[in-house]
Design a protein around this ligand. Structure first.
Ligand code: SF4
Length: 497
């Protein structure tokens, strides 16, 4: 890719290589629901974060105005994305950095691998980055015999446990302290043999493990929360200080950034630095906000590379309703309030982006053609809690309904569509009084299937999908039309009792 796509221009869909072959949401969710430990861990964590966020947000009288400002800034930037990306490229280059354009995940990964090798390294330390999870960078580097060490504590837990992240902000939310201790003892070189599950001990073990890597790393890899076009400055927001180490200590810094992360200027950043910490960790101010602009001799990395990634973003931008998902600042507030996410966790979404935002961003980046992606817009009750908390006012229910329409359209393009056949047949029955009467008599006959509870537990195909996860209510022994016909005669003026 040689430059930014023009605003609104359609482009190819993206890929998320390490998530290929994941089952559709209903199947994955059913498996997750069977895991009692997972549900307890999730319920505890999301309840706690939810309450803290609500308290932190309530402290700001102008929260709704901030939210509206953030929405307006993002919408303006997305409408002029080509202008701001070109400006960002120019400013980064002026400041001594190099900009690389990647159309998809494979291209981004191969650029990073080449840059790591060019730096004379076979390993790198990493700041937590959703974008590199999306591209499957760690696995791609491993295939090139390059080791990427995650330095965020939760990402480290996931990496050592050969696991997948299940939350945007708290990737190991599905693990409790005992499980984390076991993972450290099994996979962390130099972990103290008598390690307990006390948080301070676990953090100390991780700190000792990571410090050695920080001090010897030649290459650091990061994403960025924001990229400021005005000066070519990148911004990473984090809570542990590991990000600061990764972007300052190594000789070479490589940042892989989605093209939607650009902001016009520093005044815009102020709005997001007020919204993001309160929405994500319920903090009034973010603990570590690192900013860097190109390179400066004797201060920080001597080489800086910015890899700007599309991977389906311009295709999403072309959709007038769906493009609002590109406003997302990955705060994860929508996950923590979602009744579906709270019960099934993140793995069921088959993507690095779980929860409500995952249900709308993943199908837009990857398209709606696979069963897994087509199932995601239905992974919601449409209760709207996600929209209420979103700091950039993404109307997630609206986008979900819009994407569901896309799924229906996609199905229509196939010759065999059972749902469409059922709907057509239903329309025929509802148009004919005789056919409706026959159907109602057949429904009344289904009372023979009633269980002792008075409800139908199992229906034959093609209706078996309904009773797979719920009982069906018993139809009345007689329909209204049958009752009317039995108790009235034409012209008798009233019911015969
Ligand atoms: S959709 Fe909104 S609430 Fe959800 S992660 Fe993105 S910014 Fe946060």
């Amino acid at each position: 890719m040689t430059g930014p796509a023009a605003s609104g221009q359609s482009a190819g869909r993206g890929t998320m290589p390490t998530y290929i072959g994941m089952p559709a949401f209903p199947e994955a969710a059913a498996a997750a629901l069977g895991n009692g430990q997972l549900r307890r861990n999730l319920a505890h964590a999301t309840t706690t974060i939810r309450a803290k966020r609500a308290g932190a947000v309530a402290e700001l009288a102008d929260w709704q105005q901030l939210r509206a400002a953030a929405k307006a800034i993002k919408d303006h930037t997305l409408a002029h994305l080509d202008t701001y990306l070109t400006r960002l490229e120019q400013r980064v280059t002026d400041a001594g950095g190099q900009v690389h354009w990647a159309a998809g995940a494979a291209e981004a990964n191969s650029i990073v691998a080449r840059l790591v090798r060019a730096a004379g390294a076979d390993s790198a330390v990493k700041v937590k980055s959703m974008t590199t999870q999306e591209t499957g960078l760690n696995e791609a580097l491993a295939a090139e015999r390059i080791t990427a060490l995650e330095t965020d504590l939760a990402e480290l837990i996931v990496q050592l446990g050969h696991d997948r992240p299940s939350h945007i902000l708290v990737p190991a939310i599905h693990r409790n302290r005992g499980e984390i201790r076991d993972i450290f003892l099994a996979g962390m070189a130099g972990a103290p043999p008598g390690l307990t599950d006390q948080p301070a001990e676990l953090a100390a073990a991780a700190r000792a493990h990571l410090r050695r890597a920080f001090l010897s790393a030649k290459v650091g890899i990061s994403g960025a929360n924001f990229a400021i076009a005005e000066t070519g400055t990148l911004v990473v927001v984090e809570s542990e200080g590991n990000g600061r180490m990764c972007v300052t200590l190594p000789e070479t810094l490589i940042s892989v950034v989605g093209i939607e992360k650009v902001l016009p200027g520093w005044r815009d950043l102020e709005v997001f630095l007020a919204l993001l910490p309160r929405s994500s960790t319920a903090e009034r101010m973010n603990p570590y906000t690192s900013t860097w602009t190109g390179v400066h001799p004797g201060d920080g990395p001597g080489a800086f590379h910015l890899v700007l990634l599309d991977n389906g973003r311009t295709a999403a931008l072309a959709d007038a309703v769906g493009r609002q998902a590109l406003r997302c600042i990955r705060c994860s507030a929508c996950l923590n309030v979602c009744p579906v996410y709270e019960r099934v966790g993140g793995h069921a979404y088959g993507s690095p982006y779980p929860g409500p935002i995952g249900a709308i961003i993943t199908p837009q980046l990857r398209g709606l053609t696979s069963p897994a992606d087509a199932s995601l817009p239905y992974a919601s009750t449409l209760c709207g809690a996600c929209y209420d908390v979103c700091p950039v006012a993404i109307n997630i229910p609206e986008a979900l309904v819009h994407l569901r329409a896309g799924v229906v359209e996609e199905k229509r393009s196939h010759a065999f569509d059972p749902e469409r056949m059922v709907m057509r047949q239903t329309a025929r029955i509802l148009r004919s009084g005789r056919a409706l009467g026959l159907a109602q008599r057949a429904a009344s006959a289904s009372r023979l299937l009633l269980g002792r509870s008075g409800r139908i537990r199992r229906l034959p195909p093609p209706l078996s999908g309904w009773t797979k996860t719920r009982d069906a209510p018993a139809p009345p022994p007689e329909s209204f039309r049958a009752w009317w016909a039995r108790t009235h005669k034409p012209g008798d003026g009233g019911a015969r009792r």
